[in-house]
Every structure is written in structure tokens, then in C-alpha cells.
Design a protein. Sequence first.
Length: 255
Amino acid sequence: MKTFYTYEGIYAENLPATNLEKEIRDFYKNNRLLGQKNQFEAKQRQFRLIERAADRISDQKLGDLPEARKTILKNLENIYDKMKDDYETMTIDGEEEDIKFLSLIANYLEPNEKFIVDGCCGTGLDITALAKIKSDRQFIGYDMSKKLIERANERKKRLGMKNLQFIIAEQSELPFANETADVLIMKNTAVEESLLPEIQEYYRIDSSIPYVYEMRWRDIYRILKPNGTYITFQNFPIKPWAKLPGLKYQGRLIW
């Protein structure tokens, strides 16, 4: 598995179908952790928390870019800790896209790809579904939010998963040895960008996004095996990443 699909338009309709979609759909239906709020309420709460964090960042005296990034991460960790009960409620409208995306990954895993890592896994719904389907592989999901990882472990324990592990980690400081991962998945992980405008205004720079991505990729490439597979799906309305090394840009997607 050395390449992956790019697509435009209505995502789920344009992705190729596989015979694993029903199994993943049933898993989502039976195992999604829903909170008390509906999706609109959950998303509105997330937006309010991000706005408050942005205000706090604007009022602070920031150091250099690495220190500013730490400030962003601390605020995001706080946001997602607070959203732990409604995290999976927020993503219901993208379920069909997620199902197709995961079914393609599961369908195209090669026999020698035994160790799969899910970066910024949240509450671990996706990686748990993959681990359930591919019980002969080992999976690890990581996220910087302690509360989201706690939720992920609750479901893992309930399902009795033996080939799955969740850890707390930040993606520029991954606790893995060099060249250990066969596959690294990072799907819709661009959470830092929601607070970057405040950083850009503070430093009076056009974009701090390339710096943020360089911080991520440094460890991503470190932990991947020489012939490992990096699968990234990010949906953006603009394309400041188009010229960054190792990525292609097409129709709002980088891959």
C-alpha cells in the first residue's frame, strides 16, 4: 500500500466501495460513544471553547514559535478534555465518509504491514474499528488529551480488545523507537490551525502553518519504517501547504 485515493466533491459518494463497509457501519452503530448533547449543541460548545482559547492566547505574552505552539497545544488539550463526552457526537454527519475511508485502509493493508499507528486518535472509534476487523495486526492510537484516551480505553476494555493500545502523546514528541511503524494514519488532525490566526497576528507573519507541519512531520518520518506508509487526509479551504515537501495538493486535499 504505497498510494491512496484523492477525490473531490461529495466525499462519500466519490470514494470507491469495498466489502468491509457494512461491518464498519455496524461497529459504529453499536459502539459510538454519544453524549447528552445533539450534534449542533456539541459543535456550538466546541466553537465557544475555541473562541475563548483564542482570546486567552491573544492576551498572553508569547515567546518564540516553539513556545507559542506549546501554548496552543495546552489550550487544545483543555478544550478536548472538556469535550470528552460529546467528541463522537460531533462527527456523526461525517460517518459515511469515515466508513469508506476506513474500509479502504483495511482493504488495502498489505500482509507485511503489521503495526499500525493512528495519530490524534481522539476517543479511538476509527482505530478500534480497524483493530476489530484486522485482529492479526497490532494497533496503537495516541492523542494529547488524557480524557479522550480514557474514553478510548473504556471502550477497548468493554470490547476485550487484545491487539489495541491507547497512549497519551503529542505528535511532535512521539514515544516510539525509530523506524517501528508500518503504517501511520492521520485523519483530519489539523486541530492546531483553529488557533493559528492569533499566533500569525502576534508575530506579523503570513502563515505559521508550515512551521506547525514541519514539527509534526519530523517525528512522523522518524517512526515510520523506510518503506512504511503514511496516510493523511486533511480537508482545507485554502492551500498554503501545496509547496511543502512530500505532499501533493488536489481539490482541498493534501496527501
